[in-house]
Design a protein around this ligand. Structure first.
Ligand code: PMP
Length: 455
């Protein structure tokens, strides 16, 4: 067994049998996969014993940090008592019901119900169907079109990849599916031209209004966006953006769907991203931080506006997953939320470690290759730039991002690059010396990019 688990054996087995998400398998098989074996706090360890500071919280999800025994124990207890039962046919399990109540204790007055899924992608497919079903139940079956954004990310299922605005995803599998439209993103650094960020925020928000006019208000079901685009590069919108989007959705009577899969559960220093921006979603998919990734679980928060129609008018909603509200995942999520509450991790992200991280992150703006370094809570996006005075970007954005990312990796720091943006999203438990370690290692990687003298 030991032999089977040694690094080169595992890598060979992996190459033979395991197709990885979002990976060029030929390249990966040639290089060999990194094997992560254990983790504690904000650190993960690979099979060679190398330690990395995980400034990405797994995949934006390990909000309470690694190694929480109480979550493992809660899951184990539940597994022994009742490993599985479904929520179909008029039944529930105590953890599923109590989790629904617990989540509702952190949402606004009008967002008190949840439909459970196993992932963010399934949550996307779920609200997509709900939005159409809602309008149909109200006698407006023609309101089916959904507007999303270029460079948004909402998952990898057919509806998720269609709603996302990733060209490379659309090219694989003839996407988007019919009925989905994309407008611009509030990415001022790259697309703002001579406009001020505030004016640019208004301009891109108003693309929504123009698209609604083009399609016809009576045809449009919903608009979806992430509070801050995550996979798209931690694009923090100008302050003018969200109020204008919310105004337009209200004025034009279309549902506002806020994708909370990354921003939910404390990432921005509030329980949910829409609370940070002061907006009220009609539907809000969640996942990731709900269980801090300890077990897969997601869901859709449903406002009274939609839930009342579903409850009173719809009859059966012909939709659901075998594992919707899985009791073991729900028990883990309940314990995860208990930890967030008890350790006041959300408030800590807002009032203590968030501001410390923000100042440290911002300090990188003095570096020659950094155009802009912004953050909210514990979510940071750093723009690499060839000439910061003119906002000129490097000619090969993917290459510069990878160069910085790989340098970080070699030096024990997990960061992510999206094109020429460096992304950070550490566990909410990260402490000050660990933040300093992130910044020091990243600064060295930025020096490395400067010294590489790329155009
Ligand atoms: N929405 C957003 C905003 C996401 O970032 C993600 C995943 N990164 C998803 C949806 C899809 O979630 P999952 O990978 O759990 O299906």
């Amino acid at each position: 067994m030991n032999d089977l688990k040694n690094t080169s054996n595992l890598a060979a087995i992996d190459a033979a049998h395991h197709l990885h998400p979002f990976s060029d398998m030929k390249e990966l098989n040639a290089k060999g996969t990194r094997i992560i074996e254990r983790a504690e706090g904000v650190f993960i360890y690979d099979s060679t014993g190398k330690r990395y500071l995980d400034a990405f919280a797994g995949l934006w999800c390990v909000n309470v940090g690694y190694g929480r025994k109480s979550i493992a124990e809660a899951a184990a207890r539940q597994m022994q008592e009742l490993p599985y039962y479904n929520a179909f046919f008029g039944t529930t399990t105590p953890p599923a019901t109590l989790l629904a109540q617990k989540i509702a204790s952190h949402t606004g007055e009008k967002l008190k119900r949840i439909f459970f899924t196993n992932s963010g992608s399934e949550a996307t497919d779920t609200w997509f169907r709900m939005a159409r079903v809602f309008w149909k139940a109200l006698g407006k079956p023609q309101k089916t079109q959904v507007i999303a954004r270029r460079n948004g990310y909402h998952g990898s299922t057919v509806a998720g990849a269609s709603l996302g605005g990733m060209k490379l995803m659309h090219e694989q599998g003839n996407l988007p599916i019919e009925g989905i439209h994309h407008i611009g993103q509030p990415y001022w650094y790259a697309e703002g031209g001579d406009l001020s960020p505030a004016d640019f925020g208004l301009k891109v928000a108003r693309e929504l209004e123009a698209k609604i006019d083009e399609l016809g208000e009576d045809q449009v079901a919903a608009f979806v966006a992430e509070p801050i685009q995550g996979a798209g590069g931690v694009i923090i919108p100008p302050e003018t953006y969200w109020p204008e989007i919310a105004r337009i959705c209200k004025a034009r009577n279309i549902l506002l769907v806020v994708d909370e899969v990354i921003c939910g559960f404390g990432r921005l220093g509030e329980w949910f991203g829409h609370q940070y921006y002061g907006i009220e979603p009609d539907l809000a998919p969640i996942a990731k931080g709900l269980s801090s990734g300890y077990l897969p679980i997601g869901g859709v928060l449903v406002s009274d506006r939609v839930a009342d129609v579903m409850v009173e008018e719809l009859g059966d909603f012909h939709h659901g997953f075998t594992y919707s509200g899985h009791p073991v995942c729900a028990a883990a999520a309940l314990e995860n939320i208990r930890i967030l509450e008890e350790e006041r991790l959300v408030e800590r992200a807002r009032d203590h470690i968030g501001p410390y991280f923000a100042a440290a992150w911002k300090s990188l703006e003095d570096h020659e290759v950094v155009g802009e370094a912004q953050s909210v809570g514990l979510m940071g996006g750093l723009q690499l730039a060839a000439d910061k005075s003119t906002r000129r970007r490097f000619a090969k954005p993917d290459e510069v991002g990878m160069l910085v990312r790989n340098h970080c990796l070699q030096n024990g720091l997990i960061m992510r690059a999206t094109g020429d943006r460096m992304l950070a999203s550490p566990p909410l438990t990260i402490n000050r010396p660990e933040v300093d370690e992130v910044i020091d290692t990243l600064r060295k990687a930025l020096d490395h990019l400067r010294d590489a003298k790329m155009a």
